[in-house]
Design a protein around this ligand. Structure first.
Ligand code: ARG
Length: 486
């Protein structure tokens, strides 16, 4: 059978040429999946040819047209309801009705799901790369500040002294889990819905594993109805990104606070000034990092609201879902770079940190710990220190502590603890050094943590490399397969 008789094959405007045409169209937003759609088209056409569903010669003509369309770019596409339709029209414009064979044994429903997964994979890897880089930077900074004491807070009140390195590592640890959540989401994102067709499969003998292989997907979303309906890959990716944004917002808020207290001076390039107050140096970059978490949580909310209660199988609401995920990932990835850039170019004001580290008798717990280590029940030790704090109105002297011990314990402090040891824990640096339990703030403890955590970071880096390689591998396979027909 020839295709010459089929004159007016492009009749899809039957129902979508009316006043709602623009409302229906996702063509401009689909620029993000233009390259993905070309990859999906190529994999599908190669498979159709390999299975003898489309003649090799027709496949060659279609693949040639796709290369030409790629060169012309998204902006040169003919009008269409979406990128899938526009590319098909562009193929038919180039090769005639034979181009219409490209859409054999598929639907835009499985096609768009494949494109979104294909594109989002790259985005997730890009975000992971950014977060991994940010973590490396934080760890480097931590390595320089294991001895830089600073105040630690609970309820925003001075609580115990800690170090800048310990604080930095607390955020690196959170970012490591954010990384893991993204990588975990990647595993489920990276499966192929292609071949599901509209939702019920197809009478053609499609080889779904082959298209998955050509697109670098690690397996299938097997059930065809699930394949076209599922958008949980958007949900979990956006949720992971919202979690990342939340981590960053804490880091930004702490940094704004430290700038306010004079502990941290931002580099000029990460600060803004006021249009009226000439003396101002404002931490706007960090405030925007803090603010951007709103983009991500809004995206997650928008996405879940769009998806809630949708019936099986495909519904056009789904066209509104992916934008939430893409916007969230863009916003938070940019925030990651800025947050870490601002923080690691800033100057830690060690004198201010040093004198603030002991403020509010932040070494009190260490004194109670010392008494408890000497055998005093912790609650009694707590009482000794609490009473001394009340008497002293600030950090009590050794003498005041001694007098309080007489009252509460009935014996002088020197009978219970070594006074030199007491002086050591009353000093913020000594207090920090005493907290050497695993994960604690003591300099050597943090140094040991840094060694372990760098190896976790290396693991994440090599996972990234593996994923990139397998995508590159699929790209090569696709090119090779395409070259058999063009
Ligand atoms: N542009 C649509 C989307 O992004 C895909 C097209 C499926 N359309 C349809 N009427 N079945 O979801």
């Amino acid at each position: 059978m020839t295709d010459d008789h089929a004159e007016s094959v492009v009749r899809r405007d039957r129902f979508s040429g009316g006043p709602a045409r623009e409302f229906l169209s996702s063509l401009s937003a689909d620029e993000r999946i233009f390259a993905a759609d070309l990859a999906v088209d190529r994999a599908h056409v190669v498979m159709l040819a390999e299975e003898g569903i489309v003649a090799a010669e027709d496949a060659g003509a279609i693949l040639d047209a796709l290369a030409d369309i790629e060169r012309a770019g998204h902006g040169a596409l003919p009008d269409g309801e979406d990128v899938h339709e526009a590319i098909e029209t562009a193929v038919i414009e180039r090769v005639g009705p034979t181009g219409g064979r490209m859409h054999t044994a598929r639907s835009r429903n499985d096609e768009v799901a494949a494109c979104l997964r294909y594109r989002l994979r790259e985005d997730v890897l890009g975000t992971v790369e950014t977060v991994v880089g940010a973590r490396a930077t934080l760890l480097d900074a931590a390595g320089e500040h294991t001895e830089t004491v600073m105040p630690g807070y609970t309820h925003l009140q001075p609580a115990q002294p800690t170090t800048v390195a310990h604080w930095l590592c607390s955020y690196e640890g959170a970012l490591a889990r954010d990384t893991e959540r993204l990588l975990d989401a990647y595993g489920r994102l990276n499966r192929s819905p292609l071949g599901g067709a509209a939702f019920a499969g197809t009478p053609f003998e499609v080889d779904r594993e082959r298209t998955a292989e050509l697109l670098g997907f690690d397996g299938l979303v097997e059930n065809a109805m699930d394949a076209v309906s599922a958008r949980d890959f958007l949900v979990e990716t956006t949720a992971a990104v919202a979690g990342l944004g939340t981590t960053l917002s804490g880091l930004a808020e702490d940094s704004v606070l430290f700038a306010n207290k004079g502990y941290l001076t931002l580099a000029d390039e990460y600060a803004s000034t006021s249009s009226i107050m000439p003396q101002k140096k404002n931490p706007d970059t960090l405030e925007l990092v803090r603010g951007r978490v709103g983009d991500a949580t809004a995206g997650l909310d928008g996405l879940l609201t769009t998806l809630k209660g949708l019936p099986r199988a495909y519904n056009r609401d789904l066209q509104r879902a992916s934008g939430h995920a893409f916007d969230a990932i863009d916003s938070v990835t940019a925030a990651t770079e800025v947050a870490v850039g601002a923080l690691t170019t800033a100057e830690w004001e060690t004198d201010a940190l040093d004198s603030a580290a002991g403020e509010g008798f932040s070494t009190a717990t260490g004194v109670a710990d010392l008494l408890a280590q000497a055998g005093v029940p912790f609650r009694t030790a707590h009482e000794v220190v609490a009473q001394a704090a009340e008497r002293a109105d600030g950090t009590p002297s050794v003498e005041t502590l001694d007098a309080t011990a007489e009252t509460v314990l009935g014996e002088p402090l020197s009978a219970v603890v070594d006074i030199d040891a007491l002086r050591r824990v009353l000093d913020p640096a000594g207090s920090v050094a005493s907290r050497d339990s695993r994960g604690g703030s003591a300099p050597e403890t943090v140094a040991a943590h840094l060694d372990r955590t760098k190896s976790t970071l290396d693991d994440h880096r090599s996972t990234l490399v593996t994923h990139h390689e397998s995508l590159e591998d699929a790209h090569q396979k696709r090119d090779t397969a395409v070259s058999n027909y063009v």
